[in-house]
Design a protein around this ligand. Structure first.
Ligand code: OSB
Ligand code: MG
Length: 367
């Protein structure tokens, strides 16, 4: 298929509440939405970069720059048989996986729509529903946090991930464990510790966490292996895993026992699928992470999470957990610890184009 036109738009969305982690607080989301057009169809994607370089070096503005100056001008006119081939337009761009992923993921939606099949099916997904959890930010007292978690359990989430960091770890988690003895509890530190904190992190072993996510610096594979030797709690890597060689190194060194996969972080859906294959082959469980996406990004996450290896619940929560109103219909919902994978062509949800156009603060069109 020939890509005839590309449109990149930025819309501001305000989360229902600020989302605080060790890496920073998100109070407003600057969402980049991309459409690729061909054969009279539109493929949609969302670039997951945050407004500030707190999670990775990419930001809304760097992605805008790389997409509008380099990738999108060269995407228009490309003839692609496989969606991932659209990355030919980014061949000489080093890094910037989130910008690259945006164009690749829109190409997947377009290709799936052209075939008339669900994106999840085209990717090789085998699940009609996926297990889902919720990621809860910091910023409240331990008691308020417990109340929020009780509410999420009522909403039907399969597990709860809480953000932790130095000064907000053992005491808070111990209180949660006391209040919720059976809770499937995960913790995400977003790189806030160093190897010298190993004794502190070892104290978490008594609390029965299913994993601790990214406690050390991104890419500190040797330190991760040293830490995993000293603690029982399985380490899950997020920020550290960008390329296949990162994953191979982590497996080889024993740097983690679980991996959080995000298509945006690793450069697209085909890359996410390759990492899924590599890690499941190495008996490392994977699950699908999130980046506080709108419904467009969430639909893509569900497609990735429908692959057979994604047994652990993802950070794929209901639309209303993030937004007063989503930009897709129907909105995403959680029922009995699961979310349904859309079955319609492509991402399988209707994008509210009129509202998106009304919200757009800048746009760039090519072709
Ligand atoms: O570390 O997994 C993370 C949100 C933004 C950036 C990084 C992370 C997160 C989350 C929330 O934990 C995931 C979600 O619900 O979208
Ligand atoms: Mg994380």
């Amino acid at each position: 298929m020939r890509i005839e036109r590309a449109v990149l738009r930025e819309i501001p969305l305000t989360p229902t509440e600020p989302f605080q982690s060790s890496a920073g607080t998100v109070t407003h989301r600057r969402v980049l939405l991309l459409t690729l057009e061909g054969e009279g169809l539109e493929g949609w994607s969302e670039c997951v970069a945050l407004g500030a370089p707190t999670y990775s070096y990419e930001t809304t503005d760097t992605a805008w720059h790389i997409l509008t100056e380099m990738i999108l001008p060269r995407t228009v006119g490309l003839d692609v048989t496989e969606p991932q081939a659209v990355l030919r337009a980014a061949r000489d761009v080093r890094g910037h996986p989130m910008a690259k992923a945006a164009v690749e993921m829109a190409a997947w939606d377009l290709a799936a729509k052209a075939k008339g099949v669900a994106l999840a099916v085209m990717l090789g997904g085998t699940r009609s529903v996926v297990p889902v959890g919720v990621s809860v930010g910091m910023g409240s007292t331990p008691e308020e946090l417990g109340d929020a978690i009780a509410g999420y359990l009522d909403d039907g989430y399969a597990r709860v991930k809480v953000k932790i960091g130095p000064g907000r770890d053992v005491v808070v988690l111990a209180a949660l464990r006391e209040r919720f003895p059976e809770l499937a509890l995960w913790a995400d530190a977003n790189c806030a510790y160093s190897l010298t904190d190993a004794p502190r992190l070892k104290e978490l072993d008594a609390l029965g966490l299913e994993m601790i996510e990214e406690p050390l610096a991104a890419g500190a594979f040797l330190s991760y292996a040293r830490l995993q030797e000293q603690i029982e709690t399985p380490i899950c890597l997020d920020e550290s895993i960008v390329t296949e060689s990162d994953a191979a190194l982590a497996v080889q060194l024993g740097s983690c026992r679980i991996v959080n996969l995000k298509a945006g972080r690793v450069g697209g859906l085909a890359a996410g699928r390759r990492l899924h294959d590599l890690l499941t082959e190495a008996s490392v469980p994977v699950w699908c992470g999130g980046m506080l996406e709108s419904g467009v990004g969430r639909a893509h996450n569900l497609a990735l999470a429908s692959l057979p290896g994604f047994d652990l619940p993802g950070d794929i929560s209901a639309s209303r957990r993030y937004w007063e109103r989503d930009v897709v219909t129907p909105e995403f919902e959680v029922v009995s610890e699961e979310m349904a994978v859309p079955t319609g062509p492509g991402i399988g949800v209707a994008v509210d184009v009129e509202r998106i156009v009304a919200l757009t603060v800048r746009s760039a069109a090519f072709g």
